[in-house]
Design a protein around this ligand. Structure first.
Ligand code: PMP
Length: 406
């Protein structure tokens, strides 16, 4: 094993608790991850010692707070290898980030008759903002189809481009299946057609190194809470050349330069896109989460999670009556399955009684589930603080579910 799993588990206090009087197994990491003590303590320290609103303050604590906030921006910049700090915009999460881009980019560049490409693997938050934009502008959505393994059909993708295509919005890793899309190649195709790409990285940045310059992504969006950081934090990376051109989304304080009742001019990047008081406590907590990930090592995290994936695939496929969906060749440690004759919700409720948290339902991907003619699945999403023993516990619980329904 590449790293010390005992030590890692001890870094996450919540993993030590019991649920229904059983040791707690947390397999709902695609919904949100648990937080290492370091992140919790970092945020406590702010409220105990340095809390003050940021920017333009002339007093000591405001200065400390501003510095910590801007250092966090630099931590994020390095983490995703953005070229400039001002290409990193803080938001409240992926949903807010995609809405921001759909609105701002759409306002400037999308008009009647235009087309937007998304994929069949998208989370609702990378569907609905584009759909609403299409409704506002009289544009239309084109959807990249998938095969039975939950992999995008790249040849079909290439055929979707036309002179009217304005943007591609694509998930890096799908939350319903764990499929990792070949985003670099797909960005290349879009760019050859003169079209920019937004990548939804909500399920990607915590599982392996993302380099936005190497990918050549025009926008890259993610959430803090899915990468061991606080809720209510997120990032939009955007290329400076595009961010300069598009209008702000939300308006108010912070994002302005001069305000008169006749006209307002906007602040420079990134502040033009950060209206109001940002979640500076959360952002500083997010930087602590990134430092934790980096110290643990993204390569070690990825190879340990691959071990979990292989072990889970082997164990779950040994269970009679369990249908494991979407064994894409390139994927992260997410297992989506159904038990023959048992509703996922009923199964999930019983699994919970064994102290194991899984998620059941459509995973905010209704059009995707429809494509396969199912209402939903049971999803176990694992990360580097999970273990093979926990997978064994899940398998035992599944056998109990089957017994109860037999
Ligand atoms: N995209 C993907 C791929 C996701 O998994 C999620 C969360 N499940 C989101 C977007 C939305 O993220 P948030 O709820 O943090 O805004």
């Amino acid at each position: 094993m590449a790293f010390d799993i005992e030590k890692i588990r001890n870094d996450f206090p919540i993993l030590q608790r019991r649920v229904h009087n059983k040791p707690f197994v947390y397999f709902d990491n695609a919904a949100t991850t648990q937080k290492p003590l370091r992140v919790i303590e970092r945020m406590d320290k702010i409220y105990l010692e340095t809390n003050s609103n940021i920017h333009r303050g002339i007093h000591y604590l405001s200065d400390v707070s501003t510095r910590q906030f801007e250092e966090a921006r630099e931590t994020v910049r390095k983490f995703i290898n953005a070229g400039n700090d001002h290409e990193v915009i803080f938001t409240s999460g992926t949903t807010a980030g995609i809405n921001m881009v759909a609105f701002s980019y759409g306002e400037k560049y999308v008009s009647e008759g235009d087309e937007i490409i998304i994929s069949s693997l998208e989370h609702h938050s990378n569907i609905v903002p584009w759909q609403m934009l299409c409704e506002r502008k009289g544009a239309s959505l084109k959807v990249i189809p998938i095969n039975d393994y939950g992999e995008l059909l790249i040849d079909e993708y290439e055929k979707l481009f036309s002179s009217k295509t304005r943007i591609v919005a694509l998930t890096h890793v799908a939350n319903s299946t764990g499929t990792k899309n070949p985003v670099k190649k797909m960005i290349g195709t879009a760019h050859r057609n003169g079209v920019p790409v937004l990548v939804d990285g909500a399920q990607a940045v915590q599982h392996g190194k993302v380099d936005v310059q190497e990918l050549d992504a025009d926008f890259y969006v993610f959430s803090g809470h899915k990468m061991y950081g606080p809720t209510g934090t997120g990032v939009v990376y955007g290329k400076e050349s595009i961010l300069e051109e598009i209008p702000p989304w939300q308006t108010g304080g912070e994002m302005v330069d001069q305000v008169t009742f006749g006209k307002t001019t906007f602040n420079r990047l990134p502040f033009k896109f950060e209206a109001g008081t940002p979640n500076y406590t959360g952002v500083i907590g997010l930087a602590a989460a990134i430092q934790y990930i980096e110290e643990t090592g993204l390569n070690d995290i990825a190879s340990y999670e691959k071990e979990l994936l292989d072990y889970g695939n082997k164990r779950l496929s040994e269970i009679d009556g369990l249908n494991l969906f979407w064994e894409a060749e390139n994927k992260i440690s997410i297992f989506s399955f159904i038990l023959e004759g048992i509703h996922p919700y009923d199964a999930g409720m019983i699994i919970d009684k064994y102290g194991i948290a899984v998620r059941t339902g459509n995973h905010c991907a209704q059009p995707f589930m429809e494509r396969f003619g199912i209402g939903g699945t049971i999803r176990a999403s694992l990360v580097f603080y999970n273990t093979c023993e926990e997978i064994d516990r899940l398998c035992e619980a599944i056998e109990k579910v089957k017994e109860m329904f037999s």
